[in-house]
Design a protein around this ligand. Structure first.
Ligand code: PMP
Length: 420
């Protein structure tokens, strides 16, 4: 079923805004998506009806808040195909989720152990495992990226060995849009008794995810990229592994018994949620996954694919534009990174902003990937459920104008004087 973007847009009043005199064209969804009324209404309801701390209280408001917060874990579990709330830890974001895993597993690593990540990892994963390796003496190895933007699976098979303790991969690259063969990678890790950690920041918002079928040991994601609020994300972990993993943060709520000398931990998932959690944000995350469930994740995937293929086809047709990642017709998500010859990504982004169009330019927290591509940065346009071909056409108009402006400038006397 096709998504009806026009009616979806009614749920997102921010899209009616004008920016610099133009209607807002929001194409920065891989960084953060907008939040529908069904999600932000949760905040008003929470703070006007049942704002209270969770878990500890006997009073009515605390009871209601606890129920709603705990049920939000159930909804996220169902959304990702987890067995139940015990397998879903609420965190701040993907970054915190990966840190939680890395600190827990990192305590078990020694010199001689290997951690395998990829050249396309986000800094959230790359930097974290780098630090864990430095502390534990383990070595990090990286699966290379091929020139057409895929993981080199042949090298991956050589890199993952019985010395590998952890394989940590992005499900979807936030620059290339590549959808990695994550089931194969998880199998590869398990064949060598290594843990498989999947960074799902760009996949959970954009396609159906079934962590059970994927068989990943851990899967990290952020709420603000899937129509939820900022300040909340999550970590799926297999129950038996989470049972065994040391907590990352300590304090109230995560304990069962405390003496002056010792403490024992609460049941899952609360063992990993120390202190007062972001309660309204957590409940709103539950509303966000409900919203996406109602749209249907298969429909979300198809809608993104349609727009991304259109954008990619149009960009590839322009000989002054270079695009990165899988080409037209190949599987990818709704983000396209590119460069316009002679125009710095920040200048393009600024020209677009003058016309109310939001994209992102820079290294997108993937400096090693940009080094691999031998470019200092890229511009990235990314769509979501409320975007239409009109949004893409507006972007293309400015890309063409940017190139024309540059040509005019190069032909101008000012430029001539400058270079002569
Ligand atoms: N991994 C990937 C693939 C991402 O795209 C992002 C966000 N750009 C992150 C991790 C980090 O997400 P957050 O900033 O929400 O922790």
């Amino acid at each position: 079923m096709n998504l009806d973007a026009a009616s979806i847009r009614e749920d997102f009043p921010v899209l009616d805004r004008r920016v610099n005199g133009h209607p807002l064209t929001y194409l920065d969804n891989a960084a953060t998506t907008h939040t529908p009324a069904q999600v932000y209404d949760v905040f008003e309801e929470f703070y006007t009806r049942y704002n209270a701390n969770v878990h500890r209280g006997i009073h009515e408001l605390s009871h209601e808040a606890s129920l709603a917060y705990e049920e939000a874990h159930d909804r996220v579990a169902a959304f990702l195909g987890a067995e139940g709330r015990e397998e879903i830890v609420f965190t701040k974001n993907t970054t915190e989720s990966i840190n939680l895993v890395a600190y827990g597993l990192g305590r078990r690593l020694d010199a001689g152990d290997e951690i395998v990540t990829t050249e396309m990892d986000h800094h959230a994963s790359l930097v974290t495992w780098q630090q864990i390796a430095k502390r534990s003496g383990a070595t990090v190895r990286h699966v290379p990226v091929t020139s057409d933007g895929h993981l080199d699976m042949e090298v991956a098979h050589d890199l993952v060995t019985d010395d590998t303790a952890v394989l940590s991969v992005p499900h979807v690259s936030n620059v290339l849009g590549t959808v990695n063969p994550v089931e194969d990678l998880v199998d590869l890790a398990h064949d060598h008794d290594a843990y498989a950690v999947v960074d799902g920041a760009q996949s959970a918002p954009t396609r159906p995810v079934d962590v059970g079928a994927m068989d990943a040991d851990f899967f990290a994601f952020s709420g603000h990229k899937l129509a939820g609020p900022t300040g909340i994300g999550g970590l799926y972990g297999k129950r038996e592994i989470l049972e065994d993993l040391d907590p990352f943060l300590f304090g109230g709520e995560m304990i069962r018994n405390v003496t002056l000398r010792n403490s024992t931990w609460n049941e899952l998932p609360w063992k990993f949620e120390a202190g007062t959690p972001p309660i309204a944000e957590g409940i709103a995350l539950g509303a966000a996954v409900d919203y996406l469930d109602d749209l249907g994740m298969e429909n979300v995937r198809a809608h993104e694919n349609d727009l991304a293929q259109y954008l990619l086809r149009e960009l590839e047709a322009r000989d002054f534009v270079e695009t990165y990642g899988p080409g037209v017709g190949e599987e990818r998500t709704g983000l396209v990174s590119f460069n316009v010859e002679g125009v710095h990504g920040h200048d393009l982004s600024s020209l677009l902003n003058d016309r109310g169009i939001a994209i992102r330019a820079g290294d997108h927290c993937t400096q090693p990937l940009h080094d691999r591509l031998e470019i200092p940065g890229s511009a990235r346009a990314s769509v979501y459920v409320y975007n239409t071909r009109t949004d893409v056409d507006r972007l293309l108009e400015v890309v063409d104008a940017a190139r024309d402006d540059l040509d005019d400038y190069i032909a101008s006397e000012r430029y001539h004087d400058l270079i002569s």
